[in-house]
Design a protein around this ligand. Structure first.
Ligand code: HEC
Length: 438
């Protein structure tokens, strides 16, 4: 008897599932709340809200299209080959659910099925920072203007001693106007605060702001060092909204506390020789840097311009074996990410940090308005650039720093390594070596 009841109820469930259409409230809102509304809500960068059915419904067909072709959520790395902490992509199951919901008529369902609307932070998501760096100038974002040149903005800094930070957050006051931004430090000021300039002048890339990005925290026992006297700057891509607004983009940090054994360092490659013919569909550059120390690779990122179309970073070990770091089969200039690896990639000294990058200068690249141009190196978006970076820690480094409120108070005995020694071949060395050899 018991068995029969169980079978009967199982049957009932199967039948009702097949007959019932998926609804916004029950099936779709949980996916949107998890994956879309950090950008798709009032006051954020995306053009419409996905918080409620009424504002979602008119977009149903284009939602089906963009989740199916995976243009939304914007995420360009191949997560089946490497896992990422900041992965924004939908699972196959989520995509299928959304497609099915739209195909079945994009019904609303019962309000009582709606999950709780997620909480958003209109203040600091990381909690009150220990120190807030304020920009030297605010930026007046003109209305309706989509082509605003990148803004170089320095922060008011007065870093009298080396400062070790355990986390940070970038917070614009006009979130809807900031498409993305890259943050660096440099030993001195220059006209440009791009990642390349920073690294070439002895500074480094700290991180990026993307809409919906969470505050950044370094792993236990590690910290980021902002050296004494450094200049912190940010390069911001603003997008105009209906009304002109004034943005004040802040950088908040949390001080490292307690034991710090490793500092985060940046390695990377740089290339400046391009000659991309008109209509060329696949222009490939391969470049690499040799690591002078064993490192744990924590993240990977790239900067190309409008014609960039794909890239792959691979570690080639001294024994010839390979470890994939990141594969980005569809690079998009508008969505440059720092891909944070779920599992650090550990490689020995002498490993080649190898980059293969591809450009598409033909009509099949939607970012190319004029495929008849010959493309060379330069700073403008119609020129090309290639620089790649990874944040790493040095394997076996044991700095033994006892840190209080971001400052070193004591160094433990038996410390190994120095937070400032050149443990990894730096970019300028690589650039010279590369340019002399070809
Ligand atoms: C990181 C921010 C971000 C996330 C996350 C995001 N979007 Fe978007 N979305 C945008 C922006 C910005 C635009 C405007 C077009 C552009 O800049 O690409 C947009 C545009 C769209 C469009 C209009 C496309 C068109 O062709 O007009 C749709 C539909 C859309 N998003 C759906 C979604 C859905 C569904 C999700 C979640 C599964 C999502 N988006 C997640 C930022 C985001």
């Amino acid at each position: 008897m018991k068995l029969i009841i169980t079978l009967a109820s199982l049957f009932a469930i199967t039948v009702s599932h097949a007959e019932e259409n998926l609804t916004f409230s029950k099936d779709i809102a949980p996916i949107f709340y998890e994956n879309c509304v950090n950008c798709h809500r009032p006051g954020e960068i995306a053009p419409f809200s996905l918080l409620d059915y009424e504002s979602t419904r008119p977009w149903a067909r284009s939602i089906r299209r963009v989740v199916n072709d995976r243009t939304m959520p914007p995420w360009h790395a191949d997560s089946s080959k490497t896992k990422f902490l900041n992965d924004r992509s939908l699972s196959e199951d989520e995509v299928q659910k959304i497609v099915q919901w739209v195909t079945q008529g994009a019904e609303k369902g019962n309000d009582s099925d709606l999950p709780k609307v997620p909480k958003f932070h209109d203040t600091w998501a990381m909690g009150e920072p220990d120190l807030i760096f304020h920009p030297e100038r605010d930026f007046e974002v003109p209305a309706d203007d989509q082509e605003i040149p990148y803004q170089t903005i320095y922060y008011v800094t007065d870093i009298k001693e080396d400062l070790y930070i355990s986390g940070w957050e970038i917070r614009p006051t006009e979130r809807a106007s900031v498409h993305h931004a890259n943050l660096v430090y440099q030993p001195q000021r220059t006209d440009n605060v791009g990642i390349v300039t920073a690294v070439m002048t002895g500074g480094a890339y700290i991180g990026s702001y993307l809409p919906g990005a969470r505050p950044y925290r370094y792993p236990e026992g590690t910290a980021y060092l902002l050296p004494k006297g450094c200049q912190i700057g940010i390069s911001v891509h603003y997008v105009g909204q209906k009304e002109p607004v004034t943005d004040h983009i802040m950088f908040g940090v949390q001080f490292a506390q307690g034991r710090v054994d490793k500092v985060i360092r940046t390695i990377g490659t740089y290339h400046s020789k391009f000659d991309i013919a008109p209509n060329e569909e696949e222009y490939v550059v391969e470049t690499e840097a040799t690591l002078l120390q064993p490192v744990d690779i924590l993240s990977s990122g790239i900067h190309m311009h409008l014609r960039g179309s794909a890239y792959t970073t691979t570690a080639i070990l001294p024994d010839g074996s390979k470890k994939l770091i990141t594969d980005v089969p569809t690079y998009d200039f508008n969505w440059q990410s720092n891909y944070e690896l779920a599992e650090p990639v550990s490689v020995p000294k002498g490993t080649k940090y190898h980059v293969r990058a591809v450009w598409n200068n033909s009509k099949s690249n939607p970012n190319v308005t004029d495929p008849s141009m010959r493309i060379r190196y330069g700073l403008w978006t119609d020129d090309e650039m290639l620089n790649t970076w990874s944040h790493v820690t040095v394997t076996g480094e044991k700095l033994g720093l006892e840190v209080k409120d971001g400052h070193v108070v004591r160094v433990a005995e038996g410390a190994i390594g120095s937070p400032k020694s050149q443990l990894v071949q730096t970019l300028p060395v690589q650039v010279n070596a590369q340019e002399q050899s070809d």
